[in-house]
Design a protein around this ligand. Structure first.
Ligand code: SAH
Length: 351
């Protein structure tokens, strides 16, 4: 009776309101994180994703080219103070080989990701960018190498880099300080993101789900920051403890919460590129499928050489460390097809 009354009386659900306003209140976020109307939330997020991108899933070939890092983020397995990390760098030749193999397999976006490794001067990075864009002019090149000066970002852009991934990690000042040592600041992280956008990069921000100290309020701050920044991509995945970090004994984030947040982000930023991350696939064998069915539309398989895969251990039990790139993409194609989507081989630009 009550439901009928509400329908006739013009009742609209919380989810319809979020979709219409492209905004969310703290109370609405709390309500959805408690698991209310989970099916309808996914349904709407999926419909919005389909309206813009259809059933196409974009692929990005991730090349983890160095695990040296000058930073000491408490959550990250390749932090400077982790003496047990087996450090490596890929040579330019190895990186080019990854791209060649990736291109053969249909990749048209390459992502160079690494720790903040002083070995790679701006000059070296620019040289790499030119080599990759010279040999694969029809591909997009993404960098994910942390915080740099505006001048460095400008130089990389001029050399041909198209996109930059820099998760903001958390948009809450107090929370940011609890995840990072003193020399790192949210202010600088945000400044970097603004510079990147201003220069003309397609930019990706994002955060970990369930990181220690995260609350509904810090997540609310994340969502409002994302609305304000309006990035082209948002990377979110569960926090997963790594055994050699200060957060070794903290609890991991959950699939349900990650999936809920993916859907919410799809409703707030309808056109955004939203990866179903490797971390999501790590905490649940069907995690990436669940993400895609909740509004995500990107997957980022690993193109790094097999010999280094286990060494890029941001967190424990990472999947796909024992497979070749070709096996990974074959497996993913099957998984994506099974849920009614298909992988497309183009740059997968923001629409
Ligand atoms: N140095 C680069 C790349 C960092 S690695 C940069 O600063 O942007 C890419 C992302 O992995 C990070 O932004 C972080 O959100 C995520 N990450 C790091 N440690 C993690 C962990 N223990 N669990 C889940 N994700 C993690």
């Amino acid at each position: 009776m009550l439901a009928v009354y509400f329908l006739w009386g013009g009742f609209i659900s919380v989810i319809d309101e979020i979709e219409a306003k492209k905004n969310i209140t703290l109370e609405q976020l709390q309500y959805l994180l408690e698991g209310n109307e989970a099916d309808y939330l996914k349904e709407r997020a999926l419909a919005v994703r389909r309206g813009i991108y259809g059933n196409e899933v974009f692929i990005r070939g991730l090349i983890e080219f160095t695990n040296y890092c000058r930073n000491n983020c408490y959550y990250c397995g390749i932090r400077r103070d982790n003496q047990n990390a087996d450090r490596y760098r890929l040579s330019d030749e190895e990186i080019m080989d990854c791209c060649t193999e990736g291109y053969r397999l249909g990749f048209r976006t390459f992502v160079l990701q690494g720790g903040e490794d002083g070995f790679y001067s701006d000059e070296k990075i620019c040289h790499l960018i030119k080599a990759i864009k010279g040999q694969f002019p029809d591909c997009a090149l993404t960098l994910s190498i942390g915080e740099k000066s505006r001048e460095s970002y400008e130089a990389f852009y001029k050399a041909g880099a198209d996109r930059y991934l820099l998760r903001h990690e958390t948009a809450n000042e107090v929370h940011y300080r609890s995840l990072h040592p003193k020399n790192l600041s949210l202010r600088n992280r945000k400044e970097c993101l603004r510079n990147l956008k201003d220069i003309g990069y397609q930019v990706g921000a994002g955060f970990m789900v369930g990181s220690p100290g995260q609350t509904t309020k810090t997540l609310y701050d994340d969502l409002q920051f994302l609305r304000e920044l309006n990035p082209h991509m948002v990377g979110i995945g569960p926090f997963i403890p790594q055994h050699d970090t200060p957060f070794a004994n903290k609890k991991a984030g959950t699939v349900d919460m990650t999936v809920t947040l993916l859907s919410i982000i799809r409703l707030l930023l309808p056109r955004v590129l939203l990866p179903a991350t490797t971390a999501l696939g790590t905490i649940d064998p069907m995690g990436r499928e669940k993400g895609l069915m909740a509004g995500a539309n990107v997957v980022m398989p690993n193109l790094s050489p097999k010999r280094v895969r286990e060494k890029y251990a941001l967190y424990d039990k990472k999947i796909c460390t024992g497979e070749e790139a070709a096996e990974c993409i074959e497996c993913l194609k099957n998984r994506v097809n099974k849920i009614g989507c298909s992988i497309v081989c183009d740059r997968g630009d923001y629409r």
